[in-house]
Write a protein that binds this ligand. Structure first.
Ligand SMILES: C[S@@+](CC[C@H](N)C(=O)[O-])C[C@H]1O[C@@H](n2cnc3c(N)ncnc32)[C@H](O)[C@@H]1O
Length: 267
């Protein structure tokens, strides 16, 4: 099929299903170009948190190995950052199975985790099975408080200026990440509070510009220099005191190898 025939076919399909337009608008190459146009002098930098002395002792639990799970290294990173910076109040947007909440709960005083209510998920056409998996790992934990609402309209006032770390892992569309990041700035207990974004990378190496655009648009320019992609994980982090970092280099040779031991419990 030549280019003209492809164009006609594509237009026909888009007219039938306008949602297909999102595949173009959300294409990572399109978003990367938009990012580079908007932030022409910004060089993505990456930090290796597994250099930290706390990283010699890591045990990840629970871990479901199910669809949409974070990487083991994401939960390791959340644990590390909570331990290293003595995080007391941790708040996250996006609970789902409660896996991230359950992973950090042993290392902090209190966890607040917000998700869309089950009723809203039902109205959005989500399956009963998906809805039932929400809060699976966090529901019985005594220091975890489940909050319900849309992060865009939730009344955040009781949590403003209270949180040591805010983990943004809800809706990953650029506009939603931008809005949740603006919220997170208000939730910070102090200028020393830490922000973490999940899915700022699409895998252990490659950046995800859909999320990065939201992050950098929301943050004041003077905070940009302290934003880091987390090497070996999908997260990005804002560390107010800075960190050792290097410019992101794709397809570099490995600089670290991990040894994993697995054990599991039937539920
Ligand atoms: C990727 S999952 C969270 C995973 C969880 N943090 C973990 O690592 O175990 C994203 C969750 O965010 C919720 N969500 C999406 N948009 C939201 C919004 N606007 N407000 C609150 N929750 C939202 C979804 O229902 C979903 O359960």
């Amino acid at each position: 099929m030549n280019k003209f025939s492809k164009l006609i076919k594509a237009i026909g399909l888009i007219l039938q299903r306008p949602a297909l337009l999102n595949l173009i608008l959300k294409d990572e190459q399109v978003l990367q170009r938009a990012f580079e146009k908007e932030f022409p002098h910004l060089e993505l930098q990456q930090t290796d948190v597994f250099e930290w002395p706390e990283a010699t002792q890591l045990a990840i639990s629970p871990y479901a190995f199910l669809s949409g799970s974070s990487m083991v290294t994401d939960f390791a990173f959340l644990q590390l950052v909570c331990r290293r910076y003595n995080v007391a109040t941790y708040l996250e947007i996006g609970t789902w199975r409660g896996e991230s909440a359950a992973n950090v709960a042993p290392y902090v005083k209190e966890v607040f985790t917000l998700n869309l209510p089950d009723q809203t998920l039902l109205q959005m056409g989500m399956s009963q099975a998906y809805i039932a998996s929400h809060r699976f790992f966090s529901k019985d934990l005594t220091n975890v408080t489940h909050l319900f609402g849309d992060s865009a309209t939730f009344d955040w006032r009781p949590y403003e200026q209270k949180c040591d770390l805010i983990f943004i892992d809800g809706d990953h569309a650029t506009e939603a990440v931008e809005r949740d990041t603006q919220t997170a700035l208000r939730l910070r207990k102090s200028e020393k509070s830490i922000l973490v974004w999940h899915d700022a990378k699409s895998d252990g190496e490659y950046p995800r510009y859909e999320v990065l655009l939201g992050i950098y648009r929301a943050l004041p320019k003077d905070l940009h220099q302290n934003v880091y992609l987390v090497k070996h994980a999908l997260c990005a982090v804002y560390l107010p005191d800075g960190a050792d970092a290097a410019h992101l280099q794709l397809n570099a040779l490995p600089t670290r190898q991990f040894e994993l031991g697995l054990s599991s419990t039937k539920l």
